[in-house]
Design a protein around this ligand. Structure first.
Ligand code: DAH
Length: 358
């Protein structure tokens, strides 16, 4: 049995069309009073009324069945309902854009996150400085492979097969093959350049080197060197000394003094080691220089004629000097870093100390 219903406004007996008008009016009221506390609630309301399956769309579907004579009136109500809903939703949205609701919305007035800029690694700073100084003397940069062969690292550089100097440089061999190894010094780049190029040669070779050493505060299994080589007609030991003094003064300050002590390297003859005056005590003697007033910095010498010959350069026509230094060593002297391991630990606190040197 069908139950007769009356319109709650006009008390007429309800037909289907009148039920629809009733629904529209009730919805209109609901929408006019609608409130949302945050963006999520607002979105839920939008979906409830305005989405494809929302209440207004459902009414729009029902509208197809409305009797022709009612269409005009109900259509008008429906349109009004839809416009009211759209306006109300955008009015509420406006409020959210202006008011801090305490929700997770992005706050555009907030100051930006601080942007942490990286800095250059101290070894990169010192490598660049060394290369720049030699660059001012006309040296250009040359590079070579880190995985090397015996010839370029040892044999061409005058290391005899059973020479004890090979032991001095505990070598990492690869695949148990005595001819594939990690270079133990950047002097191997000298060999490669001289094999390819006739003098004048004036190169500086920065790079990483490897030695089978136990890691401690003063030794590491990898570190960095810079090698310099100058080969031309009439290059003398005086030229070497001049370049060394220039380098020391540029790197450590104009008051720096140098001294050369006789030494031995298979690839140079004569060979020397260079000390610089200790810049902590000005040469008087302190704990840093172990009371001597001097600190050791690099090895150098005149390129051995055998090395020139091995690389296809005539030692009767040409002569040259070479020098090699550890970048870690120079960095330690310049910045007084006591523990070599700091260079490869990526400790931000350590790296930040070099910010101002960048
Ligand atoms: N290659 C040497 C080393 O690793 C450093 C060196 C000494 C390089 C004397 C040179 C040199 O060019 O003349 O200890």
């Amino acid at each position: 049995m069908e139950i007769e219903r009356n319109c709650y406004l006009c008390k007429q007996v309800l037909t289907d069309d009148l039920v629809m008008i009733d629904k529209i009016k009730a919805l209109l009221q609901e929408i006019e009073n609608m409130k949302a506390n945050n963006a999520e609630e607002l979105e839920a309301l939008r979906i409830k009324y305005l989405s494809k399956k929302g209440e207004i769309s459902l009414l729009m579907n029902d509208f197809r069945n409305v009797a022709a004579e009612q269409k005009r009136e109900i259509g008008k109500y429906l349109n009004e309902l839809k416009t009211t809903a759209v306006n109300k939703i955008s009015e509420l949205r406006e409020n959210f854009n202006n008011v801090d609701t305490g929700s997770s919305e992005v706050d555009l007035t907030r100051t930006a996150y601080p942007c942490e800029l990286g800095t250059r690694h101290p070894l990169s700073l010192v490598r660049k400085e060394i290369c720049d100084i030699f660059g001012r003397l006309g040296f250009s940069i040359a590079e070579g492979p880190e995985i090397e062969d015996d010839w370029h690292v040892f044999s061409a550089l005058n290391f005899a097969e059973d020479h004890p100097a090979r032991d001095m440089q505990d070598t990492f061999f690869i695949q148990h093959n005595p001819d594939v190894l990690l270079r133990t010094h950047t002097s191997s780049v000298q060999t490669r350049v001289m094999e390819k190029q006739q003098p004048p040669i004036r190169i500086i070779c920065p790079g990483r080197v490897y030695r089978n050493e136990a890691i401690s505060y003063r030794a590491h299994c990898f570190f960095h060197q810079v090698e310099a080589l100058y080969v031309d007609k009439n290059v003398s030991f005086a030229d070497l000394k001049q370049a060394l003094l220039f380098f020391a003064k540029e790197m450590f300050g104009n008051d720096t003094k140098i001294r050369l002590r006789p030494s031995y390297f298979p690839f140079t003859e004569p060979s020397a080691e260079m000390d610089i005056s200790c810049d902590l005590c000005g040469g008087k003697g302190c704990a840093f220089c172990k009371g001597t007033g001097w600190v050791e910095i690099l090895g150098c010498g005149m390129v051995d004629p055998n090395v020139l010959k091995n690389c296809g350069i005539d030692p009767d026509v040409y002569s040259g000097y070479a020098l090699g230094m550890g970048i870690e060593r120079v960095t330690n002297l310049k910045y007084k870093v006591k523990d070599l391991r700091m260079f490869s630990e990526n400790d931000i606190r350590f790296l930040k100390e070099f910010e101002s040197a960048n």
